[in-house]
Design a protein around this ligand. Structure first.
Ligand code: NAD
Length: 480
C-alpha cells in the first residue's frame, strides 16, 4: 500500500485528524494506496509555512529562483520513467503517453518559467510636461493557492506552481484527490533541487474539505484553479466577497470544423487524436465534429475505420492507444451520456461498450465511441462528457457551422481544417473560443495566452500572462 503524505515546510507529514481516502488504480479497479483527507488545520499549517518562507523567497534574486526552477525541471527529466509509471498507475493513461507528454511538459513548465522570470519586465511612463515619471512594480502577491484536476495531473499542477513561485510567491497547492501520486513525488524533487522550505506546500484531500479550506482561507490572496465549470462557479462565489484574485480554467465542448478543402489525411490522423487522446479526457479535445457535407460520407467511413483500429488495453502495454478511464464514477457518467445520446436519436457508429481487458477485468475501460447526431442542440452535443465520445454531423455553409459551433455555453478551444485563407481569417475571428487551432491541434507554445471565454473560465495562463496574474502591479509616480 502506498501512503501519500502532505508536504509542508519541506517535510512529509501525516494529516492532523488522521483521516484517509482510498486511492484506486483505474487499470484494475483495486485500491493501491491511501491519501490524507486534509482539514482546515492542515491547510493552516501549510499556510503558516508558506507565509514564513515568503519574506526570504520574494527577495531571492531572479537568477537564483531561475536556477532552482531549472534544476527541478532537470530532476523531473532524470526521473521520467518513475514519474510516468506513477502517473499512469494513478490515472489510467498509457505509460507511453505519460512519458511522451505529461512528464516532459511538467519539466518544461519549470524550465519555461525559470527562464521567463528573467525576462519579465514592467513599464514606465514619463508624464511629459508634468515633470513626473511613473514606473510600475510587479510584486509577488504573497501566499497563493493552486488547485488542479485529474486529467493531466502533474502537467497542470506544475503549470500553476511554476509561474507562482517564479514570480516570488509561496504556494499552498492541492492536486486532485483522484490522482495525487506525482504531486507527492514532486516534493522530494523540490527538496533535492534546493527549493527553500515552505516555498511550496502540498496538501492532499477532497475538494469539499481541503480545497474548500484553501479557497476560504482569508490570507490566501489568489486562487489559480483548473477543473469543472460548476466547481469554478462555486470558487468564484466564495472568493469574490474576499476580493481574491482568481484564475479559472474550466470545462469545454470544443468544435472541430472540417472543410472539404483541407489536407485530408493530416486532418483524419489528427482528428483521431483530438477526439480520443488521453481517453478523450482533455479539456481541449474536439468533441463536436462538424464536416462539410460534400466529404461527410467519406469522412464517416474513414474515421470510423481508424477509430475501430484503436487498441483499448492496459496502460502498461506498448500497443495500447486507449487506457482506462480515471474512475468508476467517471466511467458511469460517460456511459450515461451514451445512453442519453441514444434516447435523443443519436446513431452509434462505433463503440459504446465497456471493454474487458484480460487479467484486468475490474478496470474502467470503454470503447472509443462515435455518435452521429442530427440536432446540434442535443445534450451530448451541448454538455461536457469528458470521455472517449465524439459526435459528428454534416454542415452546408460557413454561416451554418459558425452558428452551431458557437451555440454552446463553453468557449475554450476550436479547431478549423481548411486551406482557404479568407475563411480562416473570418472564422478564427468569429469563433467564440480562447484558443483556435488551424490545421493542427494542441500544438502548444508556452508563451501564448491559454484559457477560455464564456463558461470555460476567466483569465489566461501561459507566458507573461501567468506572471502578471501571480503579481500585483503597483504604480509609483515621482515628481521632479
Ligand atoms: P473538479 O472541478 O471536480 O475538481 C478539480 C479540482 O478542484 C480538484 O482538485 C478538486 O478536489 C477541487 N475541488 C472540488 N471542489 C472544490 C471546492 N469546493 N473548493 C476547492 N477545490 C475544490 O474537476 P475534475 O473532475 O478534477 O476535472 C475535470 C474538469 O476539469 C473538466 O470539466 C475539464 O474540462 C476541466 N479542465 C479544464 C482545463 C482547462 O485548462 N480549461 C484543463 C483540464 C481540465
Amino acid at each position: 500500500m502506498a501512503t501519500i503524505k502532505n508536504y509542508i515546510n519541506g517535510e512529509f507529514s501525516l494529516p492532523i485528524a488522521n483521516e484517509w481516502i482510498d486511492n484506486y488504480n483505474p487499470a484494475n479497479g483495486e485500491i493501491y494506496g491511501q491519501i490524507p483527507n486534509s482539514k482546515k488545520e492542515d491547510v493552516e499549517e501549510a499556510y503558516k509555512s508558506a507565509k514564513s518562507a515568503f519574506r526570504l523567497w520574494s527577495q531571492t534574486t531572479l537568477e537564483e529562483r531561475s536556477r532552482i526552477l531549472i534544476k527541478i525541471s532537470e530532476l523531473l527529466e532524470a526521473n521520467i520513467d518513475r514519474f510516468a509509471e506513477a502517473e499512469s498507475k494513478d490515472n489510467g493513461k498509457p505509460i507511453s503517453l505519460a512519458k511522451a507528454i505529461d512528464i516532459p511538459r511538467a519539466a518544461s513548465n519549470f524550465r519555461f518559467f525559470g527562464n521567463a522570470i528573467t525576462q519579465f519586465a514592467s513599464e514606465s511612463h514619463e508624464s511629459i510636461g508634468q515633470q513626473a515619471i511613473n514606473y510600475t512594480l510587479r510584486q509577488p502577491i504573497g501566499v497563493v493557492g493552486c488547485i488542479s484536476p485529474w486529467n493531466l495531473p502533474l502537467y497542470l499542477f506544475t503549470w500553476k506552481i511554476a509561474p507562482a513561485i517564479a514570480a516570488g510567491n509561496c504556494v499552498v497547492a492541492k492536486p486532485s484527490e483522484v490522482t495525487p501520486m506525482t504531486a507527492y513525488l514532486l516534493g522530494e524533487i523540490c527538496n533535492n533541487a534546493g527549493l527553500p522550505k515552505g516555498v511550496l506546500n502540498i496538501v492532499h484531500g477532497l475538494g469539499s474539505t481541503t480545497g474548500q479550506a484553501i479557497i476560504e482561507h482569508p490570507d490566501i490572496k489568489a486562487i489559480s484553479f483548473t477543473g469543472g465549470t460548476a466547481t469554478g462557479a462555486h470558487i468564484a462565489r466564495v472568493a469574490a466577497p474576499m476580493f481574491k484574485k482568481l484564475s479559472l480554467e474550466l470545462g469545454g465542448k470544443n468544435p472541430n470544423i472540417i472543410f472539404a478543402d483541407c489536407d485530408y489525411e493530416d486532418m483524419l490522423t489528427t482528428t483521431v487524436r483530438s477526439s480520443f487522446a488521453n481517453q478523450g479526457q482533455i479539456c481541449l479535445c474536439g468533441s463536436r465534429i462538424f464536416v462539410e457535407v460534400s466529404i461527410y460520407e467519406k469522412f464517416k467511413t474513414d474515421f470510423v475505420k481508424k477509430v475501430n483500429a484503436l487498441k483499448v488495453g492496459h496502460p502498461s502495454h506498448e500497443d495500447t492507444n486507449i487506457g482506462a478511464l480515471v474512475s468508476k464514477s467517471h466511467l458511469n457518467k460517460v456511459k450515461e451520456y451514451i445512453a442519453i445520446a441514444k434516447e435523443e436519436n443519436g446513431t452509434l457508429l462505433c463503440g459504446g461498450n465497456e471493454v474487458v481487458v484480460k487479467g484486468f477485468e475490474n478496470g474502467y475501460y470503454l470503447e472509443p465511441t462515435v455518435i452521429e447526431v442530427t440536432n446540434d442542440e442535443c445534450r451530448v452535443n451541448q454538455e461536457e462528457v469528458f470521455g472517449p465520445v465524439v459526435t459528428i454531423m454534416p454542415f452546408n455553409t460557413e454561416e451554418e457551422v459558425l452558428a452551431m459551433a458557437n451555440k454552446v455555453k463553453y468557449g475554450l478551444s476550436a479547431t478549423l481544417w481548411t486551406n482557404d485563407l479568407k475563411r480562416t481569417m473570418k472564422l478564427s475571428s468569429q469563433l467564440q473560443a480562447g484558443i483556435i487551432w488551424v490545421n493542427t491541434w494542441m500544438l502548444r507554445d508556452l508563451r501564448t495566452p491559454f484559457g477560455g471565454i464564456k463558461a470555460s473560465g476567466i483569465g489566461r495562463e501561459g507566458g507573461f500572462e501567468a506572471l502578471r496574474f501571480f503579481t500585483e502591479a503597483k504604480n509609483v509616480c515621482i515628481k521632479y
